[in-house]
Every structure is written in structure tokens, then in C-alpha cells.
Design a protein around this ligand. Structure first.
Ligand SMILES: N[C@@H](CCC(=O)N[C@@H](CS)C(=O)NCC(=O)O)C(=O)O
Length: 199
């Protein structure tokens, strides 16, 4: 299996950690989405990462589809609980973390891809409101780190890794529980690493 990914991508980090946790081996292929690499576009018309290419040539995106696929492979561990209500809660946690990442990416892309004249501050402010509300919720309701890790933990790990990389000093104040979560997570999951800005 091949995973097209970037070391700066929170969704990629989530998937890489989850695969590693399940003991699933995948070749990690760094890609620069801005360069529209042929292999990526062939596998995923959206040109986004992460994208998984299985040994049978099945191409999978986006990160949640990949998470569900990984979870379906024979493994002693599971990313999602079996009980429907518990599962829905974990899926919601993942959706919240991914959704905050979506808003953060729009903020980053607004700066990266727009000229100073077309940069639209009200749009950026709107995204920050989503981020603020989401992070406040997570600070009040951080996922417990018990015996078992699940998709919600990996999604939050990816999100906090991205915040540490792109927005240091902009989210930790007054969110003591969330700011402490990465070190607690690292104890539960030692391979947790910060994201890096190159592909
Ligand atoms: N919903 C997607 C989001 C993936 C995504 O936006 N990835 C970013 C990198 S972190 C990307 O590929 N950006 C390139 C682009 O949008 O062209 C997922 O969960 O995989």
C-alpha cells in the first residue's frame, strides 16, 4: 500500500498514526499538492492528500474514508467502537477536529494563494470563529486517554500538531487542558510527532 501524504498535513498525520497504531504497513510517499503531481491526480481527481493506493490498485480518499478502510482490515485493534452510539461520538469528534483543520487551512490558503489586494479579512475572521468555538469545545471536552486509542484521538493529535506547526502562540492561552493534551497523548502514543513544514 502507498500513502500519498505530506508531513505538514493534519489529515495525513491522523491517517499515518492510525495505520501505525493498527500495525498496518504503508509506504509513505511525500507529495507537494501545489505541484499537481501526476500520481496524485491519477489517484484522486481532487488532488488532495492523504490519498491511499492499495496493493490491488484501489484508490481511496478522503482521510475519513481511509480511516474506515484501515479499520475494516483484519486487526486486533479498532479505530471505531462497535456500539453505534459510542461510534457516533467518536466519529463526531473526528468530524470536529477535521472541520477545525478545514477552517485553519482556509486561513492559511487565503494568505498563501491570494494577493494582498484580494485577501478577504471578513472571510478569515469567519474561519477563526469556527476555530475558536471548536477549540473551546475541545478544551471543555477533551477526549479521555484511556486504555484504548480511537480515531478521535488521532484526529485531535493531527489537529494539535497542525496548530503547533502553523499557529504557535495563537491558540493555547486560556485553553489549558487542550494545551496539555499533546504531552498526555504522547505518553499514550509515543510515536506522536509534531508536523513539519516541508513535504
Ligand atoms: N477532507 C479532506 C481534506 C484534505 C485536504 O484538504 N488536504 C490538504 C492538505 S492538508 C490538501 O490536499 N490541499 C491541497 C488542495 O486543496 O489543493 C480529508 O479529510 O482528507
Amino acid at each position: 500500500m502507498k500513502l500519498l501524504y505530506s508531513s505538514a498535513s493534519p489529515y495525513s498525520a491522523k491517517v499515518v498514526m492510525a495505520a501505525n497504531h493498527l500495525g498496518i504497513k504503508a509506504e509513505l510517499v511525500p507529495v507537494d499538492t501545489a505541484a499537481d503531481p501526476e500520481e496524485l491526480l491519477r489517484a484522486n481527481p481532487l488532488g488532495k492528500i492523504p490519498t491511499l493506493i492499495t496493493d490491488d490498485g484501489l484508490t481511496l480518499y478522503d482521510s475519513r474514508t481511509i480511516m474506515h478502510y484501515l479499520d475494516s482490515l483484519d486487526s486486533e485493534q479498532r479505530l471505531y467502537p462497535r456500539k453505534p452510539e459510542k461510534r457516533a461520538e467518536i466519529e463526531r469528534m473526528e468530524a470536529l477536529c477535521d472541520g477545525i483543520c478545514d477552517a485553519l487551512l482556509l486561513i492559511v490558503y487565503e494568505k498563501r494563494y491570494r494577493t494582498p489586494e484580494t485577501y478577504h479579512q471578513p472571510w478569515v475572521d469567519r474561519q477563526w470563529e469556527k476555530v475558536r468555538r471548536g477549540l473551546d469545545y475541545l478544551d471543555e471536552n477533551p477526549p479521555k486517554l484511556g486504555k484504548r486509542l480511537n480515531a478521535g484521538h488521532f484526529a485531535l493529535g493531527g489537529l494539535l500538531g497542525y496548530l503547533m506547526l502553523r499557529f504557535p502562540g495563537e491558540w493555547e492561552q486560556h485553553r489549558v487542558r487542550l494545551a496539555r493534551w499533546p504531552s498526555a497523548f504522547q505518553e499514550a502514543y509515543p510515536p506522536f510527532m509534531t508536523l513539519k513544514s516541508h513535504v
